[in-house]
Write a protein that binds this ligand. Structure first.
Ligand code: ADP
Ligand code: RBF
Ligand code: MG
Length: 178
């Protein structure tokens, strides 16, 4: 599955309508054990009053940055002071055709290996670009392979100078105190 580009978006940086912002508390998802698949996804509530653009956006896979306000006793806080930690992410917004969901979900795979869960933590998203539309698959393995490719696309795309989070318009919001 290397028939699609490994880098998405212009070298000059994100383009309209991005960056898009979304935030909320991490909730329980479908409990399908995406964690066992090696791809845990932190689910956020999809609420049109908090995130007005969400009902109009094309369903599919997006990438950008996630910031999470981990609790004081979380292992990944590693002595850092209060506040949000920023990580690259890849996410899906849509109906997961492979599972034929009837409710639209927003779920984020954070590109970091965490020492513990972070349910109920406040998470902010700076969504910077669109990777692909969501698809149905013949097998779970094919879905996983595509998601792993999406992770590489996100990492490579964000590694460019004009896509570093400290250089982006809207980036201050990611770490602004609650
Ligand atoms: P659920 O169906 O409840 O969303 P998942 O199997 O998708 O369950 O696991 C998601 C949870 O795993 C997240 O809410 C978060 O607390 C935790 N988690 C651990 N590592 C990650 C990660 N790298 N990205 C996203 N969530 C993670
Ligand atoms: N589900 C689909 O049915 N089709 C997809 O194309 C699809 N792409 C995804 C891409 C990413 C980056 C992520 C994190 C998830 C994707 N999913 C997709 C959702 C996946 O089915 C879901 O995470 C698991 O079902 C666990 O809820
Ligand atoms: Mg999930």
């Amino acid at each position: 599955m290397s028939s699609r580009p490994e880098i998405v978006g212009q070298d000059a940086g994100p383009e309209t309508p991005f960056p898009r912002q979304m935030e909320g508390k991490v909730i329980s998802g479908f409990g399908r054990g995406s964690k066992e698949l090696g791809i845990p996804t932190a689910n956020l509530p999809v609420e049109a009053d908090v995130t007005p653009w969400i009902s109009d956006i094309t369903s599919g896979v997006y990438f950008g940055y996630a910031s999470i306000a981990l609790p004081a006793d979380h292992p990944d806080r590693a002595g850092s002071t209060d506040g949000f930690l920023v990580f690259p992410m890849v996410m899906s917004i849509g109906y997961n055709p492979f599972y034929k969901n009837t409710v639209r979900s927003a779920e984020v795979h954070v590109l970091h290996k965490f020492g513990a869960d972070f349910y109920d933590s406040h998470m902010r998203l700076l969504i910077l670009g669109f990777i692909r539309e969501e698809k149905d698959y013949k097998s779970l393995e094919a879905l996983i392979e595509d998601i792993n490719f999406d992770c590489e696309v996100s990492k490579k795309s964000l590694a460019r100078d004009n896509w570093k989070h400290d250089k982006l318009a809207g980036a201050e919001w990611l770490t602004k105190a609650l």
